[in-house]
Design a binder for this molecule. Structure first.
Ligand SMILES: [Zn+2]
Length: 124
């Protein structure tokens, strides 16, 4: 069996090739990386994020990810992100669904509505 983790270098010797490093981008002040994302494989991967805030959803029935596997609670995950050459946006992920992207104004509006509805639910 051959070793697929090693590859030939330009001088014919076996070894790990190091991909070329990308030039750093100017990170957003809130970026958890902050280094310019020079380890990204592609310029599209050089995006800033705050880290992901996760809420487990108790009202969603648990889902079995694989047949015979364990049941998992659905989650919603939220992060502030900024793709290269774009304005920041809030990404809102739900388990098993593609991300929704909100402008900052839309995120504030959704947040206001969520707090309003939670306040209604808390009223006696
Ligand atoms: Zn960044």
């Amino acid at each position: 069996m051959s070793d697929v983790s090693a590859s030939a270098t330009s001088d014919g010797q076996s070894g790990q090739e190091t991909p070329p490093r990308l030039p750093p981008i100017a990170c957003a002040p809130w970026c958890r990386d902050g280094s310019g994302h020079t380890n990204a494989q592609h310029p599209d991967d050089q995006y800033c994020d705050t880290g992901y805030l996760v809420v487990e959803l108790q009202r969603q029935p648990p889902e079995q990810i694989s047949e015979g596997g364990a049941f998992h609670r659905h989650e919603t995950t939220i992060a502030l992100e900024r793709d290269p050459f774009c304005e920041p946006h809030v990404s809102w992920y739900m388990t098993g669904a593609s991300a929704g992207r909100l402008t900052i104004a839309e995120a504030r509006q959704v947040g206001t509505h969520l707090v309003h509805l939670a306040d209604i639910a808390d009223q006696p």
